[in-house]
Design a protein around this ligand. Structure first.
Ligand code: ZN
Length: 229
């Protein structure tokens, strides 16, 4: 087999050998499905197997036997943002436009992992900008969110990174980003009330300097959110 089969590319930690410890499961399953999302890091799977043992579980019992591979695959998917970059995601989808009206995409689904506990946080992202001669394909805004959400994150940095990326790609007159999310690390551990949401925002350019633009954006972001629930 190829020495990269089933092994994640482009990460710093790579197995020194492509030969997984548990060859009977690790290799055959990746080979059988052959799709990109079937790839995983065998070293990661071995680590999960060890982790199961440390939790007091028997990694060999029926229900857990394939869990290390499943987790390795899932974690690869959940952190695929490390392999994405904004330039590539946006591609050529920046167009000239004379419009100076606010462009807003509301309720972009957000799924991320908090970097403190590696537990999910999830919610919605609202993104807006005011063009300065350039607009971007609307479908690209959720993809920009993905680049940063599919990594280990804190919500505050995620919000800033999305705003900064849109600013760099479009050089718009202004950018606004609001993220509202629920954090399982708070909910499951009983740190905060079950239904609490964390709201963060990043305002740049005219969204910061012009009160009317800012108010319009925040009204659209927050009121729309309240109405849809
Ligand atoms: Zn956390």
């Amino acid at each position: 087999m190829s020495n990269t089969k089933g092994v994640r590319q482009g990460r710093t930690r790579r197995p020194s050998s492509a030969e997984p410890v548990d060859g009977r499961v690790l290799v055959t399953e990746a080979d059988r499905t052959g799709s990109a999302d079937a790839e995983y890091d065998p070293e990661y799977a071995r680590m999960v197997e060890a982790q199961l043992g440390m939790l007091g579980e028997d990694p060999e019992r029926e229900g857990l036997r394939r869990t290390p591979v499943r987790v390795a695959r899932a974690m690869r998917w959940l952190t695929r943002g490390y392999e994405l970059d904004v330039e590539r995601v946006v591609g050529g989808a920046v167009f000239e436009s004379e419009s100076e009206n606010m462009v807003m995409v509301r309720d972009i689904d957000l799924y991320s992992l908090c970097e403190h506990h590696m537990l999910p946080f999830f919610g919605k992202v609202h993104v807006a900008y005011i063009p300065d001669k350039h607009i971007v394909g609307l479908s690209k805004l959720p993809r920009i969110v993905e680049v940063f959400a599919r990594r280990l994150q804190v919500q505050e940095r995620l919000t800033e990174e999305i705003a900064r990326a849109i600013e760099q790609v479009l050089k718009p007159k202004g950018v606004g980003v609001v993220v509202e999310a629920s954090h399982l690390c708070m909910m499951m551990r009983g740190v905060e009330k079950q239904n609490s949401k964390t709201i963060t925002s990043a305002l740049r350019g005219i969204f910061r300097s012009d009160g009317r633009t800012r108010d319009e954006f925040l009204r659209l972001a927050h009121n729309g959110g309240a109405a849809s629930r």
